[in-house]
Write a protein that binds this ligand. Structure first.
Ligand code: SF4
Length: 282
């Protein structure tokens, strides 16, 4: 299915439905969509937002001729406890057999991802990501970093609910927690997404929170994708951060400054060609 989610080309939902799990789920966009589809009688949504596996959808990636980035389960979480192991293995088999596509697997439940790691084949076309909406969920990155064998690991700071990269010098514990988090990202993470919440009652994100993440990524040469400021609609606040658009992917680190330079052959800011990193862990 084509999508409005800026950091992917396609969504593929072999599983739909979920249950709320952490603060970032409070305004989950998938739930109202699933309930609307249920009301309209759209096949596959008979149970609304309850977890449902769709074996018939498994073959879809084989039919896509053009290589693309595929967000796996935009309407669910592949590692939800109600998804049977066997079905998850079938999803992985399809992804393993489609090296022409890049599959973006994103979860708030990396504990299950880690527990099943020995049974999952993380071929190079699979990216493993965790959502971190607040610093208290930093342990998700720990699990991703140390217990998952994917070549490319990423974090989605979405919806960004607090100033995760802000100074936490008030207590030693908080400070140490943050330093440890930074070094985990630095050592293991190859792509970072950030964005504010959208929907009917969005919790406001201060652009400075996202900009601190951007600055960290720039310093560590980690590709950074800024999805949206957020607001009552996904496009409402736009996707401009400090006057620029950041839509970088692993394997490239082009900000609008770099793009300007490439397109017009002129310097536009401080970036130098030598600064462009190759993606980490790819
Ligand atoms: S994990 Fe994702 S799909 Fe599931 S309830 Fe939370 S936001 Fe929604």
């Amino acid at each position: 299915m084509t999508t409005k989610i800026g950091w992917t080309d396609e969504t593929w939902n072999p599983v739909t439905g979920c249950t709320k799990y952490s603060a970032g789920c409070n305004n989950c966009y998938a739930e109202p969509i699933a309930l609307k589809f249920q009301k309209r009688g759209i096949p596959g949504y008979e149970k609304g937002f309850k977890v449902k596996c769709h074996p018939k959808r498994l073959k879809a990636p084989y039919t896509w001729l053009k290589p693309r980035r595929v967000f796996v389960n935009s309407m669910s979480d592949l590692f939800h406890p109600d998804v049977p192991d066997e079905f998850m293995f079938e999803v992985f088999t399809v992804m393993n057999k489609c090296p022409q596509h890049t599959f973006q697997v994103l979860t708030k439940r990396p504990e299950r991802m880690a527990a099943l790691n020995d049974k999952l084949l993380w071929t190079a076309n699979l990216w493993a990501g965790v959502s971190v909406e607040a610093l208290k969920y930093a342990s998700r990155v720990e699990l991703l970093a140390h217990c998952v064998d994917a070549n490319m690991k990423y974090i989605s700071f979405e919806p960004l609910l607090e100033d995760i990269f802000g100074d936490r010098y008030k207590t030693k514990t908080r400070y140490n927690e943050q330093v440890r988090f930074f070094s985990l990202i630095n050592d293991h993470i190859g792509w970072v997404i950030a964005g504010g919440e959208s929907g009917n009652n969005p919790r406001a994100m201060q652009p400075i929170w996202a900009d601190k993440i951007r600055a960290f990524c720039e310093a560590q040469k980690i590709p950074f994708f800024f999805k949206q400021v957020g607001g009552r609609g996904p496009k409402k606040g736009g996707n401009v951060l400090r006057g620029e658009i950041f839509m970088q992917y692993p394997g490239e680190i082009l900000s609008s400054k770099d793009k300007f330079k490439l397109e017009y052959g002129q310097e536009f800011g401080a970036s130098e060609p030598g600064d462009k990193p190759t993606s980490r862990r790819l």
